[in-house]
Design a protein around this ligand. Structure first.
Ligand code: C2O
Ligand code: CU
Ligand code: CU
Length: 465
């Protein structure tokens, strides 16, 4: 598995990310045309620190416009990189990026109107690591690429000549591929030290959900969600991740045994209450969301006793999260996610190129001329998300939020941290607050992170003032 090069800007040195074309061996022995940042596929890992201001330039040498969004960053709307910020071919966008948030794992990817899906699929995505004083002090594995490992997991589909094939069979499912890649390659393997290994997992797939676990069913610890560390490590044996989500986990390899990171139904899980519940719901709907039922090998780990290993146990406390109780007098906003089959109901919705299905939120498809919500700066709100058909990862720009309940249950301990993307099978209730402004000219977005749903209008715009 390739480790993306590190663009370390923890000394505020300028960052340049240039989008261009390349070729890469995604499948063994076949060169596939791709796009990437500063290289043929994906992009470097950008490392920054809380409190910094970093000069950044995105350059576009491709033949179509691309908007690049910093997913998970708490920056004002004008620096958020939404569709209003499309960078034309042979142009660039330079600005100063203010980092004002806790240690966490974020990422950058296209956000171009109607084109986020195909552009991301072709290889435009990279990780962002934010450090702060807390992450400096915590005794966690933190040697990049050795025991602190970025893992971008995606799925890809190829045509008979081995070229990436962005053809969607079912818009409801989105772009599902049959080949799983880790940091851009299939059949990935990686050597790790005989100790604690931290994985920064990013589901960078367009539409696929993963149910990660290890082939030997070992327990591992979840230490962080999208927006920062959990209060304490939570032991788990499996981890469901919908597109856009990040989770940090720590796996103990000190026994020296190899293990395969896999995705799919876990044989041992049949007695688990939560899983039974979930199974029941899926049976009711007669489908597993996002290909969750498919079984894949993702990444084979082998242990190299020659690598420097950390063996201490993890700290009991990683973070302190001020979790307010939702108050009655807070404003409440509802977001109803819909998919409408036009073949049955007559053509509706703003998306003209794909008339078989309209998608949207609160009866409206994304329209760049429409501001759907206006939020007040610095005020807590309750956001209630409902899905009436299918499961959708709901993502909000410009903030981290707390999940109060998810799918009719109080939030699980492992998801009780800061998040910006939440899987909504039925419903979710969130506590949100925005600390930066977003104007009518450069509003924030909320949307489904199944990129084919986003591109078909399951997205809205909001200002913060
Ligand atoms: Cu990761 Cu609006 O997106
Ligand atoms: Cu985002
Ligand atoms: Cu969706």
């Amino acid at each position: 598995m390739p480790i993306p090069p590190l663009l370390d800007s923890t000394d505020e040195r300028p960052i340049e990310l240039t989008m261009g074309r390349g070729q890469v061996e995604l499948l063994p022995g076949i060169m596939t045309p791709t796009t990437g940042f500063n290289g043929p596929n994906l992009g470097p890992t950008v490392r920054v620190r809380d409190g910094q201001n970093i000069p950044i330039t995105y350059r576009n040498t491709l033949s179509e416009a691309v908007a690049i969004h910093g997913h998970g960053l708490h920056v004002p709307g004008e620096l958020d990189g939404g569709p209003q910020r499309a960078i034309e071919p042979d142009s660039s966008w330079s600005f100063e990026l203010p980092i004002r948030q806790q240690a966490s794992t974020s990422w950058y990817h296209p956000h171009t109107h109607h084109k986020t899906g195909p552009q991301t699929f072709k290889g435009l995505a990279g990780m962002i690591i934010i450090d702060d004083e807390n992450s400096d002090a915590l005794p966690l594995p933190k040697t990049y690429g050795v025991d602190d490992i970025p893992v971008i997991i995606q799925d890809r589909k190829f045509d008979d000549q081995g070229r990436l094939d962005y053809s969607i069979e079912d818009v409801e499912d989105g772009m599902l591929g049959d080949t799983i890649t880790a940091n851009g390659i299939a059949n990935a393997t990686h050597r790790v030290p005989a100790g604690l290994v931290r994985l920064r997992l990013l589901n960078g797939a367009n539409a696929r959900y993963f149910r990660f676990h290890f082939s030997d069913n070992r327990e591992f610890l979840k230490i962080a969600t999208d927006g920062g560390f959990l209060e304490e490590p939570v032991p788990i044996r499996e981890l469901v991740m919908s597109p856009g989500e990040r989770n940090e986990v720590v796996v103990d390899f000190s026994d020296g045994n190899p293990a395969m990171l896999v995705s799919g139904p876990r044989a041992q899980a049949v007695n688990d209450e939560r899983r039974r519940d979930e199974g029941e719901r899926n049976r009711r709907r007669n489908r597993e969301p996002g290909g969750l039922g498919d079984m894949f090998e993702v990444l084979q780990f082998t242990v190299d006793p020659g690598l420097p290993a950390i063996r201490e146990s993890l700290p009991r406390q990683l973070n302190s999260i001020n979790r307010p109780t939702a108050q009655r007098n807070w404003p409440v906003r509802r977001f109803d996610l819909f998919m409408r089959d036009n073949r049955r109901r007559g053509v509706l919705g703003a998306f003209q190129n794909n008339i078989e299905m309209s998608m949207g939120i609160n009866r409206q498809s994304m329209d760049m001329r429409v501001i759907n919500e206006r939020v007040r700066l610095g005020e807590r709100e309750r956001w209630v998300i409902n899905s009436f058909d299918g499961s959708h990862p709901f993502h909000v720009h410009g903030c981290s939020f707390l999940v109060v309940s998810q799918n009719e249950r109080p939030v699980a301990a492992e998801d009780a941290g800061w998040k910006d993307t939440v899987r909504v099978d039925d419903s979710a209730e969130l506590i949100v607050r925005f600390d930066h402004k977003a104007t009518d000219e450069f509003p924030y977005m909320y949307h489904c992170h199944i990129l084919e749903h986003e591109d078909r209008g399951m997205m809205g715009q909001f200002t913060v003032s």
